[in-house]
Design a protein. Structure first.
Length: 163
């Protein structure tokens, strides 16, 4: 009877050790999953912050451009730099303002042949940088055109160009 009791006790101890090993493995896996979840959470929060900052920057750019457009429309678009409304006398009120809007396709880069064949995709940060760069280039182009229009109508520009 004592031998059976010792045998049963040894079997129970062995099974308890096996169960403890399984519990330890599950606890280790749980810890790894927690770490992965934390890293993923941090990466998502970082991407969300980047997206939010790019969105705010684009909002500021659009708000500024809209403000300049409204200012130009209210001014009539014919004022020379440095010359205010008071130097011309009172302006007649305008019942209508005609605004012409051009629709242009978004500028895109031609993808390189190796990028197409490799199946590479842009990350969220790269896409946001690409959009920001395109916005900046478009804004710079519009500023240049506006400056050239303003200068081409000024008499000092015409003297420099000998018109």
């Amino acid at each position: 009877m004592v031998i059976k009791y010792d045998n049963i006790t040894n079997n129970i101890r062995r099974e308890v050790k096996e169960l403890n090993a399984k519990v330890d493995a599950i606890a280790l896996n749980l810890e790894l999953v927690k770490r992965d979840a934390e890293v993923t959470k941090e990466a998502i929060l970082h991407q969300l912050f980047e997206f939010q900052s790019h969105t705010q920057a684009n909002h500021i750019i659009l708000t500024t451009q809209l403000g300049q457009l409204v200012e130009d429309l209210n001014r009539g678009g014919n004022d020379k730099k440095g010359e205010g409304v008071s130097s011309r006398g009172p302006q007649p009120s305008r019942a209508r303002v005609l605004v012409r809007v051009e629709r242009r396709p978004l500028p895109t880069r031609e993808p390189s042949p190796d990028a197409q064949s490799s199946g590479q995709y842009l990350s969220a940060e790269q896409a946001a940088e690409f959009v920001s760069e395109m916005d900046r280039q478009e804004f710079d182009r519009l500023e240049r055109e506006r400056r050239e229009r303003r200068q081409s109508s000024s008499s000092s520009f015409k003297r420099r160009r000998r018109y």
